[in-house]
Design a protein around this ligand. Structure first.
Ligand code: GSH
Length: 230
């Protein structure tokens, strides 16, 4: 059994989608990041960066439990465990890994900042809004170009690179992007959105998550509690 400590955010969705795609049995433990659950001692023991998602697999590689944080590491682990969604040949594997790293190092952090400065920041800082909106558009352009030449990010097969990237692009409106401006990306996006496992994955904890409303929620995520040394 895989215990998943998570919330219905893009990084959480990646793992929920992968578990559904692989048909693995899992139990979800909600970590409400607006309520400060990510700072609890028990969660910090498995996720020292106070961020979801994290997993504990009772049936680890050597038969002993393994705990993991960082969504990219979790996707790689689940791909290794099941033999699914990471090409087996060396060239194909590195094609997928480079696009996974592109998501982890670029798409996630940059689109996260676009979302932050456009939607959450208490003051509208024009420079930051422009900087991250432009960066979002640039990244969508890179993806569109790749998908003009290939069916999937890593080439011919649907992989953890697609699973990692798709959830971040669902919030295109809040990132200041028009999906219609990227026709190849849109074709890929619609195909992934139509997959039954993806539809189940994005519903995990979706009803529990409400939009950020209170100052306390903002404080947990962007204020003193977030930056307290632990
Ligand atoms: N690089 C990490 C990022 C995880 C992340 O940013 N998680 C956010 C939600 S999408 C979170 O838990 N935020 C809570 C906090 O910052 O306190 C990963 O991919 O797992």
């Amino acid at each position: 059994m895989i215990d998943v400590y998570s919330w219905a955010t893009p990084n959480g969705h990646k793992v929920h989608i992968m578990l559904e795609e692989c048909g693995l049995a899992y139990k979800v433990h909600p970590i409400n990041i607006g309520a400060g659950d990510q700072f609890g001692d028990e969660f910090l023991r498995i996720s020292p960066n106070n961020k979801i998602p994290a997993i504990v697999d009772s049936d680890g590689p050597d038969g002993a439990p393994i705990s993991l944080f960082e969504s990219g590491a979790i996707l790689l682990y689940l791909a290794g465990k099941t033999g699914k969604f990471l090409p087996g040949d060396v060239r194909g594997k590195y094609d997928a890994l480079q696009w996974l790293m592109f998501q982890m190092g670029g798409v996630g952090p940059m689109l996260g900042q676009a979302h932050h400065f456009r939607i959450y920041a208490p003051e509208k800082i024009e420079y930051a809004v422009n900087r991250y909106t432009n960066e979002a558009k640039r990244l969508y352009g890179v993806i569109d170009k790749q998908l003009a030449r290939h069916a999937w990010l890593a080439g011919d097969s649907y992989s953890i690179a697609d699973i990692a990237t798709f959830p971040w692009l669902r919030s295109w409106k809040n990132q200041g992007v028009e999906l219609e401006d990227y026709p190849h990306l849109k074709r890929w996006f619609d195909e992934i959105a139509a997959r039954p496992a993806v539809q189940r994955g994005v519903e995990v904890l979706a009803k529990e998550r409400q939009p950020l409303q209170t100052d306390k929620e903002r404080e947990f995520l962007f204020g003193a509690t977030q930056y307290q040394r632990r």
